[in-house]
Design a protein around this ligand. Structure first.
Ligand SMILES: NC(=O)C1=CN([C@@H]2O[C@H](COP(=O)(O)OP(=O)(O)OC[C@H]3O[C@@H](n4cnc5c(N)ncnc54)[C@H](O)[C@@H]3O)[C@@H](O)[C@H]2O)C=CC1
Ligand SMILES: CCCCCC(=O)/C=C/C=C\C/C=C\C/C=C\CCCC(=O)O
Length: 265
């Protein structure tokens, strides 16, 4: 069969926005989307790291393929401004990766605000631009949840709650979008432990459960750590596969698997 596009050109002309894109998993998602020819807008509160990534990828992919915008996902106003700037600069939004997240069981309201409310804010503002019923061209949202969105991470009850929330929001949003004809798919990834800054100095991030740090570190040692590239490849799968909507992809060191949830019928 004649192949008109190589896999690397698959996202040519697509505009992607990635939150929490300055380091870690978000940076890897941004780089993977660029590698597949998307144009990427990187949002983060870490200006220095975000600008450094854009400077680096610009050398590789050329001018106007990547843009850094400072944006705190706790602020609807900042999200609106960043998405509007994206649309004004590049003409639309096709892909949103809600990835920004923190681990902070002491400041647990902030953890809810970034990890769960940030995903809802990002999705709802993006829909204003992506929804086919309001002039958008449709697209896909991929949310970074966690294995802690599928079962309890005992040392982090609030982090666990936020990630269960992301999984639930993703699945309901996907169904709502489908029945409403928005043309926007919505999926989530649930990685196990990943080698990033988020899993360093764990004791200081566990609040009243700091005494559970040894058990948590032991879990990580037992399971092993994923690389950010392994996680980003799964995001790419959910972006590219147009049959995926409301799907939740668990990513383990041994491999990945779509979750089967109990049927509600
Ligand atoms: N590292 C791990 O073991 C796992 C991480 N995750 C999730 O992956 C996502 C990314 O985490 P990592 O890359 O590991 O963490 P990281 O700490 O390496 O990177 C997180 C990025 O998000 C940014 N960020 C934090 N708060 C923000 C805000 N309010 N607005 C905008 N940007 C903000 C940070 O500046 C940073 O650049 C998070 O949602 C996390 O919960 C999920 C499963 C496992
Ligand atoms: C120290 C906190 C690190 C936070 C990063 C993160 O999100 C990592 C999560 C890794 C594992 C979550 C742990 C437990 C999940 C438990 C059960 C899952 C059950 C899945 C199922 O098939 O039912």
């Amino acid at each position: 069969m004649l192949r008109l596009t190589s896999p690397k050109m698959a996202l040519d002309g697509k505009i992607a926005v990635v939150t929490g894109a300055a380091v870690g998993i978000g940076e890897a998602i941004a780089r993977t989307l660029l590698q597949n020819s998307a144009t990427v807008v990187l949002l983060d509160v870490n200006d220095a790291a975000g600008k450094a990534v854009v400077e680096d990828v610009t050398k590789q992919y050329g001018e106007d393929k990547a843009l850094f915008l400072r944006c705190n996902v706790e602020s609807e106003e900042q999200i609106k401004a960043a998405f509007q700037k994206t649309v004004d600069t590049f003409g639309g939004i096709d892909i949103l990766c809600n990835n920004a997240g923190i681990l902070n069981e002491s400041e647990w309201e902030k953890t809810v605000s970034v990890n769960l409310l940030g995903v809802v804010r990002g999705t709802y503002v993006a829909l204003q631009h992506m929804n086919k019923l309001t002039g958008g061209r449709g697209g896909v949202v991929v949310n970074t949840a966690s294995m802690a969105g599928l079962g309890p991470l005992v040392s982090c009850p609030v982090y666990t709650a936020t990630k269960h929330g992301v999984v639930g929001f993703t699945r309901a949003m996907a169904a709502a979008s489908a029945v409403s004809g928005y043309g926007v798919r919505c999926n989530a990834i649930c990685p196990h432990f990943v080698q990033t800054d988020l899993i360093t100095n764990i004791k200081s991030k566990l609040g009243q459960f700091s005494h559970l740090d040894d058990a948590t570190n032991q879990m990580m040692e037992n399971t092993g750590l994923l690389t950010v590239s392994e996680v980003a490849e799964s995001v790419l799968e959910l972006v590219m596969d147009e049959t995926k909507n409301g799907d939740v992809l668990m990513i383990l060191k041994q491999g990945k698997q779509y979750i089967t949830f109990p049927s509600m019928q």
